[in-house]
Design a protein around this ligand. Structure first.
Ligand code: SF4
Length: 187
């Protein structure tokens, strides 16, 4: 059975074990206390995939969203979607977390934070963000060069190595695979 991931650990996991697509959604949620639909879906399914329980997911989203809205509004408009992601509402389908291919090919509009940052972020903004995270200049240069060439998943793999101080050059094809590879190193 998969380990249950406590939501109290998500801030630390976002830094150490999430790919950038999920780290940016997590950080945006913490800052804005809200995510738009595409972000809730992409991040919500990822959280389910890493082992966050439905009860914890509800608590996690509720705690953030109710910093800016009534509990009543959250329960009426948003709790349904959290349960839906876990197959507890609507068609009760067991939705799978999105693969890199699906995320890279998703449509991202202005104000959206989902998608793949290597594909969807402005390169200058991406570079600033990586600098803000404190990566060294060489690692940032490599990630940006590869991003510009359109090799988004290779850029993601370089980011993995920068975070873990490793030189694995993993093939990344799924955000949840990224997380599992990171957990292997942590153990
Ligand atoms: Fe996320 Fe995949 Fe893009 Fe990496 S390559 S940031 S895991 S969508």
């Amino acid at each position: 059975a998969k380990a249950v991931i406590p939501i109290e650990n998500l801030d630390s996991f976002a830094v150490k074990s999430f790919p950038l697509c999920m780290r940016q959604l997590h950080e945006q949620l913490r800052v804005a206390h809200h995510l738009r639909h595409g972000g809730r879906l992409q991040y919500g399914l990822f959280l389910k995939g890493i082992g966050v329980t439905l009860e914890d997911s509800l608590r996690f989203w509720r705690e953030e969203f109710t910093k800016l809205m009534d509990l009543d509004k959250f329960e009426k408009q948003y709790a349904y979607n959290v349960r839906y992601n876990y197959g507890k509402e609507g068609s009760k389908k067991n939705y799978s977390p999105f693969s890199c291919l699906k995320i890279i090919n998703t449509t991202v509009g202005p104000g959206d934070c989902h998608g793949c940052p290597y594909k969807h972020c402005d390169v200058g903004i991406l570079k600033n963000r990586l600098q803000g995270y404190g990566f060294d200049t060489q690692a940032i240069g490599e990630i940006i060069d590869i991003t510009k060439k359109g090799h988004f998943q290779v850029a993601c793999s370089k980011y993995f190595d920068a975070v873990h101080h490793s030189d694995l050059g993993l093939g990344i094809n799924h955000p949840n695979q990224y997380f599992e590879e990171s957990q292997k190193i942590a153990k």
